[in-house]
Design a protein around this ligand. Structure first.
Ligand SMILES: CC(=O)N[C@H]1[C@@H](OP(=O)(O)OP(=O)(O)OC[C@H]2O[C@@H](n3ccc(=O)[nH]c3=O)[C@H](O)[C@@H]2O)O[C@H](CO)[C@@H](O)[C@@H]1O[C@H](C)C(=O)N[C@@H](C)C(=O)N[C@H](CCC(=O)O)C(=O)O
Ligand SMILES: Nc1ncnc2c1ncn2[C@@H]1O[C@H](COP(=O)(O)OP(=O)(O)OP(=O)(O)O)[C@@H](O)[C@H]1O
Length: 472
């Protein structure tokens, strides 16, 4: 299976992992040569925990080792074999791109659920893993191969038929989806990101292109994105969606209808469809158009498609409206925007919804990464919101006050204050909100934990907002 001779084994391998802390007796440990540490250093721990097979790129002194050309390829091969190649029994839909993967994945999942029923569908995204009616919080966008294969196997065993798999470029590049057979592929867009892993945009693009090269069935790329347009010319059988005149699935006549968006999708096989979606923002029209295109390419009826997107639930933590606020006459929106660009996008849509009302924004910058964006976020919030409250995001090992001060450096003190405690900051915004106003709580979206130097604490913005409103 690994293409190498393995040392004699006492019995069959019962499990595989790349993390010595997760080794079980009778399991295999793949010692990965990581970016920061060497898995080989943890072989003694793996053996202590009962590993009966050690796999590595180099022989390990004194330990019978199965030497492989690529440790991550081997990890995926073992994981896929142990899970029994579950993707071969499923229809797997891959969604990739820099932005919009999670939202597009939810839309496609909603359409597939509308067509085949909840029990027949599954989803793996940044926000959640869904197996039929069961929802679990996800850890990564695209988990390790062991996680991907185990989840696919659970879905197969539960009777799921269609799985939407959000596929990050890390997932592709680090072989987390090797062994997964994709039936369809959707590409949302490509913008500057993850260059620490890829080095160049060209490498980033080529990594995402692999998903399309692996997929035999329907493939759809965003014609309004230069990389998407290129993808359509480079991978045979790829069709396009977007507002571009030559897009196969063309977006037209987009308009906002309260807290919904209505648009027309001009399709190659079913003429002009009118879609009404509970999502706002031009980018979400693109996310729906791509997912709708895949569904139609699969042969789904336009009626099922139209009904499914009309009735779809909100996407967790992506412009998620908190119902409890609506009764009080204002809107509270929880969003995952955690960069200046993301914040500007969400505030632009929120401003439209607010109309003559005021826009209040609670936000913060994460610790331990990308300090440049902090003052930029401060500037965006001050410019676009009427009232801005800087608070703590995931501070990690940093002092939240230091981060807030750096955000404040770009903000206008005339409309910005700092409230370090996130619950108190949200409470302050809610207390100031009047009927007609919109409060945006940005940064953590679907997340349920806040990472602080003092430890992890449970924190879920939607829950906190709901609790605070209930206690009024
Ligand atoms: C940058 C990146 O992707 N890093 C991944 C990489 O880490 P690494 O090479 O630094 O690992 P390492 O710390 O050097 O450790 C080497 C090996 O020793 C093992 N080890 C380590 C300690 C120990 O006690 N025992 C042990 O066995 C580790 O499990 C690992 O196998 O290999 C690890 C094992 O495969 C991954 O867990 C890790 O993902 C980290 C956690 C991560 O944060 N990844 C993010 C960036 C990511 O993948 N994000 C994308 C989404 C991107 C997006 O679209 O926004 C995602 O799909 O989630
Ligand atoms: N098609 C799109 N184009 C540009 N921006 C988008 C698009 N879709 C969503 N966004 C923005 O990106 C944010 C994250 O959206 P989403 O979670 O769907 O993307 P993602 O690619 O899955 O990112 P992540 O994996 O970090 O969740 C949204 O809150 C929105 O501000």
């Amino acid at each position: 299976m690994l293409g190498v001779d393995v040392p004699p084994l006492a019995g069959p391998i019962v499990a595989v992992t790349h993390d010595s802390r997760d080794v079980v007796p009778g399991g295999a440990f793949v010692a990965i040569n990581g970016f920061t540490t060497r898995g080989a250093d943890f072989v003694p721990q793996a053996l202590e925990r009962g590993a009966t097979l050690i796999v590595a790129e180099e022989p390990i002194d004194g330990v019978p080792t199965a030497v492989v050309a690529d440790d991550r390829v081997a990890l995926a091969a073992l994981a896929t074999e142990l899970a029994g190649h579950p993707s071969h029994d499923l229809t797997v839909h891959g969604v990739t791109g820099t932005n919009g993967k999670t939202t597009s994945s939810y839309v496609l999942h909603a359409i597939l659920t509308g067509a085949y029923g909840e029990a027949a569908t599954g989803l793996m995204t940044t926000a959640e893993v869904i197996i039929g009616s069961e929802h679990e919080t996800a850890v990564r966008t695209t988990g390790e191969a062991t996680v991907v294969q185990a989840n696919l196997a659970r879905m197969r065993d539960a009777g799921v038929q269609h799985v939407v798999l959000e596929t990050s470029s890390h997932g592709i590049h680090l072989h987390r989806v090797d062994g997964t057979r994709y039936a369809t592929a959707l590409f949302t867009n490509l913008t500057r990101d993850h260059l620490d892993l890829h080095g160049t945009m060209e490498h980033y693009y080529r990594t995402k292109r692999k998903l399309f090269q692996w997929t035999s069935g329907p493939k759809l790329a965003n014609a309004d994105d230069e990389w998407g347009a290129r993808l359509a010319t480079e991978v045979e059988g790829t069709r396009t969606f977007g507002a571009a005149q030559d897009a196969d699935y063309r977006i037209e006549a987009e308009r906002r209808d309260g807290v919904r968006t209505v648009f027309e999708l001009v399709t190659p096989g079913h003429g002009r469809l009118t879609l009404s979606i509970p999502l706002l923002g031009d980018y979400n029209v693109h996310n729906v158009a791509g997912a709708a295109g895949i569904a139609l390419e699969l042969g789904m009826s336009p009626e099922v498609l139209t009904r499914s997107v009309h009735e779809m639930a909100q996407v967790p933590g992506r412009f998620e409206r908190v119902p409890a606020a609506v009764d009080l006459g204002f809107e509270v929106v929880v969003d995952y925007a955690h960069t200046d660009v993301g914040l500007a996008a969400v505030l632009e849509v929120a401003r439209e919804v607010a109309g003559d009302g005021r826009l209040l924004c609670v936000y913060g910058a994460a610790g331990a990464r990308d300090r440049d964006k902090r003052p930029k976020m401060g500037a965006v919030a001050s410019r676009m919101a009427d009232v801005a409250i800087i608070t703590t995001d995931d501070a990690y090992h940093e002092d939240p006050q230091d981060i807030a001060d750096e955000v404040m450096a770009g903000a206008d003190p005339a409309n910005t204050t700092i409230v370090i405690d996130r619950r108190a900051a949200i409470d302050s915004a809610l207390r100031q909100a009047q009927p007609g106003d919109v409060v945006v709580v940005a940064g953590k979206g679907h997340e349920r934990v806040q990472h602080l130097a003092t430890g992890d604490v449970p924190f879920h913005d939607v829950t906190v907002v709901t609790e605070l409103l209930a206690s009024r």
